[in-house]
Ligand binder design. Structure first.
Ligand SMILES: Cc1cc2nc3c(=O)[nH]c(=O)nc-3n(C[C@H](O)[C@H](O)[C@H](O)COP(=O)(O)OP(=O)(O)OC[C@H]3O[C@@H](n4cnc5c(N)ncnc54)[C@H](O)[C@@H]3O)c2cc1C
Ligand code: FES
Length: 275
């Protein structure tokens, strides 16, 4: 059996507040440290349930991390977890962002677009790209200033002038939606690729902009994931089993989803519902 498939237990080593509604939980787990950008783990907290969670950046002390937003019954309990609490862990699972060869990407400029906890895989990707010759710009979207996650860290990794925060209420950075800033940047710069993770309504808009400008994309999607290992079918979207074929999908795969991208998702019973 692969380490990924073994249910390990670990303790929360420390907790850090990343924005008014997102917290990082740091823990020891060798398998999580070996993950590629965009991969996720199945995290089980007794009493809260088991959730798919993107792996975030490891700490300087070599601790793995996830970042949680309190959204519903289960994630609120996970968000409130404290140092010393036990977590069950499976994974890392899923297909990561494809970074190509160093040679082929030497003169590339890419755009990263993250919203909410979608910033988790974006920050991991930004860190990986910072070790290559690729130059990256980043749009971070939030409703208001105190909900912008990983702002200082993003500036540190890709450089302050390459980070473009957007807030719906204009309390910080560009006033408006993230995709509106993307449209502006695409008109100003030539991007070789766009990477994104965040609310699906946002990603659909970014996808339209990318398609009309012939820019390839890789987006990380979310669906209900129960097994995480391509058995239960709960994460099916179009013909794609997201836990195995994703969560990162490319332009061709996204185009094949038709209406299911941005409009529909399966609930816990497997029924298709509006997003
Ligand atoms: C690949 C991937 C990566 C993700 N990364 C993050 C991340 O980095 N940070 C973050 O905060 N969220 C992430 N999510 C979303 C997260 O898994 C939950 O969907 C979200 O926290 C909502 O949980 P809830 O408690 O509000 O759900 P509720 O609506 O309260 O659900 C109740 C119960 O349903 C179950 N449940 C809820 N959502 C899911 C789900 N998507 N799959 C399986 N079971 C579920 C849980 O057992 C939960 O207790 C990710 C999702 C996916 C698919
Ligand atoms: S979560 Fe079970 S098949 Fe993907």
């Amino acid at each position: 059996m692969r380490t990924a498939d073994v249910l390990r237990d670990t303790k929360i080593h420390s907790v850090a507040q990343e924005s008014s509604n997102i917290r990082s939980l740091f823990f020891q787990d060798e398998a999580s440290l070996s993950a590629a950008p965009g991969q996720f783990v199945m995290v089980w907290l007794p009493g809260a349930g088991e959730f798919p969670m993107s792996l975030s950046l490891p700490s300087r002390k070599g601790l793995a991390s996830i970042a949680v937003k309190a959204m519903g019954v289960g994630s609120e309990i996970l968000y409130a977890a404290r140092q010393g609490d036990y977590l069950g862990m499976r994974g890392p699972y899923g297909k990561a962002f494809q970074l190509g060869s160093e040679k082929s990407r030497a003169s590339e400029r890419v755009l990263l677009v993250g919203g909410g906890t979608g910033m988790v895989p974006m920050i991991v990707l930004a860190k990986a790209l910072s070790k290559t010759a690729v130059s990256a710009m980043m749009v971070i979207g939030a409703k208001k200033m105190d909900e912008l996650p990983f702002l200082d860290l993003s500036k540190k990794i890709v450089g302050t002038r390459n980070v473009f925060p957007t807030t719906d209420d204009g309390s910080y950075g560009f006033k408006g939606l993230a995709h509106e800033k993307v449209r502006e940047l695409v008109a100003m710069y030539k991007f070789d690729e766009i990477f994104s993770c965040g609310p699906e309504k946002m990603m659909v808009q970014v996808f339209r902009i990318a398609e009309s400008n012939h820019i390839p994309v890789q987006f990380s999607l979310e669906r209900i994931m129960k097994c995480g290992i391509a058995i239960c079918g709960s994460c099916t979207i179009g013909d794609i089993v997201l836990c195995k074929d994703g969560p990162v999908l490319d332009s061709r795969q996204l185009a094949s989803l038709g209406n299911e991208f941005g409009l529909l998702h399966r609930d816990m019973t497997g029924a298709l519902r509006p997003l």
